[in-house]
Design a protein. Structure first.
Length: 289
C-alpha cells in the first residue's frame, strides 16, 4: 500500500480573470472530505444533447430491457458534446486549482442507469507517479435521488492508504476484482466508515479524489433512469499506470490518449491511433462489429 501525494502542497491556479474558480472553503472541503459538489453552469441544452446522442450507443440488450445496467466508454470519439463537457474550461480550472497541475482528460463513461457497484477506489484502476494525481468528475444529466441509484461514497476515505491487489493477497488482473471488492467492504467495516449519497441536481458535478471509496447505491426503482457522465483526469508531469495489472516488481504503464480541446483534434487522434486501438475504441461504441 502507498500514500498519495498531497495536492494541498501545490500552488492554486487562477482563472483567466485572475479569480480562483473555487472558494477557499470549497478547497478545504475537498481536501478534508475527498469530494466536492459544484455547479459549473452547464448549458441545459448541452446536457440534453449528450443524453440524446449517446443513447443510441448503448447496446441493444439495454434498449430491450432498461433494467439492465450498461455504460459506454469514450463516447467523445463519436459525440462531440461528450468531449465538450470533458474539456469545459471551468472544470479544468477547478481541477488545476485543487491539484496545482494541468488536468488531462483521458476517459469518459456515460451511464443511462445506476450501476449498483460496490465501493472501490479509482487508484486500483488508474494511478500516477508521483501518486495521487488522478481525479474523477461525475456530472448529473438528470436529477438524482435515493430511488434511482445515486452515487454512494465515504467521506474522508481518500486519506486511507492506496490499497493494491497484493495488499489483499490477490493476484493481478480483473479475475480477482470481486475479491478486491469484498476486501474493501471489510476495510469499510473495520474503519467504521459511514456512507453519504449523491443526491444532486441536473447539471451539478461531483469532483472526487482518486482514492475516495465510492460506488453506486441500490436502484430502489429499477425502471428509473440515472443518466450521467464521468470523466477521468490525470495531471501533467507524471507517469501513468494501471495498478490492477501491476506488482511492485513490474509496473503496467499506460500511454493515455488525451481528449482534445477542439473537435478538430478528434480527427487527428483517429488518424494517429493504431488500427487495433481504433478498432477496439469504435467497437466499444458499437460502430463496428
Amino acid at each position: 500500500m502507498s500514500q498519495s501525494a498531497n495536492p494541498e502542497e501545490t500552488s492554486p491556479a487562477e482563472t483567466g480573470s485572475g479569480r480562483p474558480v473555487l472558494s477557499p472553503e470549497q478547497e478545504a472541503e475537498f481536501h478534508e472530505r475527498g469530494y466536492l459538489v459544484v455547479d459549473f453552469g452547464f448549458d441545459p441544452d448541452l446536457l440534453e444533447q449528450v443524453r440524446e446522442k449517446v443513447n443510441p450507443l448503448y447496446p441493444a440488450e439495454f434498449h430491450q430491457d432498461h433494467t439492465r445496467g450498461t455504460r459506454v466508454q469514450d463516447a467523445w470519439l463519436q459525440v462531440d458534446e461528450v468531449r465538450q463537457m470533458a474539456v469545459d474550461s471551468r472544470v479544468l480550472e477547478a481541477l488545476q486549482q485543487l491539484y496545482g497541475r494541468r488536468p488531462l482528460p483521458f476517459q469518459t463513461l456515460n451511464f443511462p442507469v445506476g450501476t449498483s457497484q460496490l465501493a472501490h477506489s479509482d487508484t486500483i484502476h488508474f494511478n500516477s507517479r508521483p501518486s495521487g494525481f488522478m481525479a474523477g468528475v461525475w456530472i448529473a444529466l438528470e436529477d438524482m435521488d435515493e430511488n434511482n441509484g445515486a452515487l454512494i461514497y465515504y467521506p474522508g476515505s481518500h486519506k486511507l492508504p492506496e490499497y493494491s491487489m497484493q495488499d489483499f493477497g490477490l493476484g493481478t488482473g480483473y479475475g480477482h476484482y470481486k475479491a478486491y471488492e469484498q476486501a474493501i467492504q471489510r476495510i469499510i467495516a473495520e474503519q467504521g466508515l459511514q456512507p453519504e449519497y449523491g443526491i444532486i441536481r441536473k447539471g451539478e458535478a461531483l469532483i472526487w479524489h482518486a482514492n475516495l471509496l465510492h460506488g453506486g447505491s441500490t436502484r430502489r426503482d429499477p425502471n428509473r433512469s440515472r443518466h450521467s457522465q464521468v470523466v477521468h483526469y490525470f495531471f501533467e508531469g507524471c507517469d501513468y499506470f494501471t495498478p490492477m495489472l501491476s506488482t511492485d516488481e513490474e509496473i503496467h504503464y499506460r500511454n493515455p490518449v488525451w481528449i482534445p480541446e477542439s473537435a478538430a483534434g478528434v480527427d487527428s487522434i483517429r488518424k494517429r491511433l493504431s488500427p487495433s486501438l481504433l478498432w477496439r475504441a469504435l467497437r466499444k461504441l458499437g460502430m463496428v462489429t
